[in-house]
Write a protein that binds this ligand. Structure first.
Ligand code: SF4
Ligand code: SF4
Length: 290
């Protein structure tokens, strides 16, 4: 099974539109995973019928039984994270800051504190219009464990590939080069980088490229809106050559990208020419990822 991850150093490059369009032309057995867990949106263009959901727990959080708490204050005094406070002789946990270390539960003389699983998000199984399974996720607001959730999405997607004997796992990765992007690279054997020829786009491409270099994964580049600055587009091509990468394809600026998102469709459903272009792109990706 080939695992291909689509990344971009920054948001707004058209990464999800291009990944989604590949779903509409792939004839092989493919499983799609949306690992942009902070702003997952691949399902919006592929179809968002939810088949099932499961909770994702990451670590623990303290919970106080207010009937047992006597307000002795020991927990508040000992918590190194200032995340449990006593008011009106009852302890309250600040769930935003509790690190789940469990010290308060150990020290509480009344055994009033329990350590519960921290639900950090949900894994969602979608049925797409193209019959291709899609796994997505949603992060519980203000929880900073998205790297772990990305790993979990990928692990569940791999299980699904195994069950269905899929040929490809195609992962829409998160933007940036932080923890979620790093987590999305684990196990990948080919990376597609979607960029645009702007100064910030090129800088972000270089940053994400330096991260991939570290993982030594074969990489191809797609330049979206390639005509908005042909000088920078040429610089990107030279950069690709210097770094033994190839330009998989170029897309000229096309309002079809905006229109398709508005219509909740893929770009290949919006025009025949685009469908042919995406079909050729998919062929090239398969050749490169062998
Ligand atoms: S240590 Fe236990 S009893 Fe004391 S304030 Fe905290 S929760 Fe309440
Ligand atoms: S589990 Fe640790 S961080 Fe959370 S309230 Fe208790 S002592 Fe503080």
């Amino acid at each position: 099974m080939n695992e291909i991850v689509v990344l971009s150093g920054k948001g707004g490059t058209g990464k999800t539109s291009i990944t989604g369009a590949l779903a509409s032309v792939a004839e092989e057995k493919v499983v799609f995973a949306d690992s942009d867990v902070d702003a997952s949106n691949l399902h919006l263009i592929l179809g968002d019928e939810i088949i099932k959901q499961s909770e994702f727990s990451s670590g623990y959080i303290a919970t106080v039984d207010s009937y047992l708490c006597t307000g002795c204050n020991i927990c508040e005094q000992e918590c190194a994270y200032d995340s449990i406070h006593v008011q009106n002789k009852r302890a309250f946990v600040d769930t935003m800051f509790c690190e789940g270390c469990g010290l308060c539960a150990k020290l509480c003389p009344e055994k009033a504190i329990s350590m519960d699983d921290l639900v950090a998000g949900n894994i969602i199984y979608y049925k797409t219009r193209f019959g291709i399974p899609l796994l997505g996720a949603s992060m519980t607001a203000k929880r900073e464990r998205s790297g772990k959730l990305v790993s979990e999405v990928k692990s569940k997607a791999r299980e699904m590939c195994k069950e269905s004997s899929a040929d490809y796992l195609l992962v829409d990765g998160p933007p940036g080069i932080g923890c979620p992007a790093i987590a999305s690279l684990g196990g990948a054997n080919y990376i597609i980088l979607v960029t645009e020829p702007t100064l910030s786009g090129f800088e972000d491409l270089k940053r994400v490229f330096s991260l991939i270099k570290f993982f030594r994964i074969k990489t191809g580049i797609i330049i979206n809106k390639s005509d908005i600055n042909e000088t920078i587009a040429d610089d990107i091509k030279a950069f690709a050559e210097e770094n033994r990468s190839i330009i998989l394809d170029e897309f000229r600026f096309d309002s079809i990208f905006i229109k398709s998102v508005r219509n909740r469709k893929t770009v290949s459903e919006e025009s025949k020419e685009m469908k042919v272009k995406i079909e050729n792109l998919w062929k090239k990706i398969k050749e490169e990822a062998k």
